[in-house]
Design a protein around this ligand. Sequence first.
Ligand code: DLZ
Ligand code: SF4
Length: 516
Amino acid sequence: PRPLVLVLGDQLSLALPSLRDLPANAVVALCEVSAEGRYVPHHPQKIALILAAMRHFAEALRKRGYRVHYSALDDPDNTQALVTEAQRLARLHACDEIRVVRPGEWRLWQAMREREHAALPWRLLEDDRFYTTPDDFAAWASGRRSLRMEYFYREQRRRSGLLMEGEEPAGGRWNLDHDNREPLPTGTPVPAPPHHRHDTTTRAVIALVAEHFGDHFGSLEGFHWPVTRRQALVDLRHFIEHLLPAFGRYQDAISDSEPFLFHSRLAAALNLGLLSPREVCEAAEREYHEGRAPLNSVEGFIRQVLGWREYVRGVYWTRMPDYKRGNALGARRGLPNFFWDGETEMRCLRRAIEMTRDNAYAHHIQRLMVTGNFALLCDVAPEALCDWYLAVYADACEWVELPNTLGMVLHADGGLMGSKPYCASGKYIDRMSDHCRHCRFDPKRVTGPDACPFNSLYWDFLERHAETLSTNPRMKLIYGSLSRMSEEKRNAMRDQAGAFLERLDAAPAYSHARGQ
Ligand code: DLZ
Ligand code: SF4
């Protein structure tokens, strides 16, 4: 046999299963295609990151003796879609099968599976670069009524031995999140992220992306993503040495001026394959054992990678394609226009969207409690918000983006992943950030012209969805407060929220989803 091995833009690891045991005549193909850049309008930094990382990875493969065919975006023969391009290259090189590792999206996986028995057959290989496979997850989930991440995570701690002392969790507790809820004190210095030099390859890609995708939301200036394994290792080292010790404490903090705080920003490199989850978890664990980082930081970080990341991937692959249609709260509103330009007086939203535009990044709490919370409270349709998150974040692959957005943020999977929606009022944002002091609204007011819109939206959301949510035991307390409010106050809040939503709907629409 003479296989064509298709390596996708998020599979840039030398340990990729399809690169093992290859016959000498095999051809490895990497394809830059406009279809992948446009099916949602990806942030230019995200496209530049993927294409630059692909070009560097192709070079690394050639150096190791692989025969590589690289289709560049502006090659005249390029068919501009992954499946057709792989088929064209297979014929060009007289290959008799196409091998590919499970892609990051159901859409592509389905298209590839449909061709398993074609005249030119596709062979799909399982991705073993994770701690668990979708089959492992299915085995864990079978027979369980609820799929709580916490229990999955404990099992992965036991299986991997990470932060274990025999049968017990290090420090006696599985989860130290309780210690991880501090706002950032004013003036706390935050280490600057590493600066990666742009070589000629990266510079060429940035120019190419500016030319072809310059109309997408997002700036290319200040592109700072690691595009090689070596650069990704620099970022890992930087995180371990400078950020990890305080990561836990300030995990939930939000800053008006600091976009990255103590977050690792390693997800993009992990999701593209430049780093492995094992090496990052083991590096973090070592810091705890050497006494250089506290357990709440190390446990919090390992829970994200070993717990959440594997868990959402399991949910995705075992629940698609139905999962994507979930809309448990019947949300139908389009995405507000200001998600594409930041033009809103609500300071917290404005800063989260501006930081997203500038960096193709916003941290977890901005995504969950600012933009996400707002979309939840306004009944934004899951599809609209999910497409936005998939497009604008450099680390977003659908397997990780969809469960986090549709399930965690919007509670649209009916509580499969989260036992309650993460809805919050302006009070929460005020406690965790310094946004409100720069805002024209007052987080302490619920009604009136200066009231923070989050407040009335919050109570109005609870009222609107009382039928679905009020029986939830974890929502009992809050529905208790709601029921003790006077009818007059409730009416005023309803009117306030209603007027806000009316103004939101009346804002002029963009000509298309891309935001021009
Ligand atoms: C996201 C993306 C983009 C923008 N461009 C490419 C590309 O040109 N070639 C490629 O192989 N992959 C690209 N990707 C990632 C793909 O969408 C796909 O590999 C993932 O499996 C989806 O998560
Ligand atoms: Fe956001 Fe409300 Fe605070 Fe303004 S007052 S920054 S809208 S939470």
